[in-house]
Ligand binder design. Structure first.
Ligand SMILES: [Zn+2]
Length: 85
């Protein structure tokens, strides 16, 4: 059985929703170290050097995965509390 480890291979699907249309939105200042990808469907973003549980669909926690229906019915985005200072 293969060990789930992060990889710098170009992703082919979103870890969260499985969508295959991804944008590469940033690359590391030192070329070839990491890239940041963005899912066009659920807007999830990740850096390729993050752990497999954040970057690979088969290792992403089931409780955080989203379907198209989940996305369509997500009427609110959580907003963190504002800073007091
Ligand atoms: Zn997605």
């Amino acid at each position: 059985m293969a060990t789930k480890t992060a990889t710098n291979a170009t992703p082919t699907e979103c870890p969260r929703c499985g969508h295959d249309r991804l944008d590469q939105i940033y690359t590391s200042p030192v070329a070839g170290v990491w890239e940041i990808y963005h899912c066009q469907q659920c807007l999830y973003s990740w850096r390729t050097t993050e752990p497999a549980r954040r970057t690979q669909r088969d290792a992403y926690p089931d409780s955080f995965k989203m379907t198209v229906d989940d996305i369509r019915n997500a009427i609110e985005l959580p907003v963190p509390p504002l800073r007091q200072s």
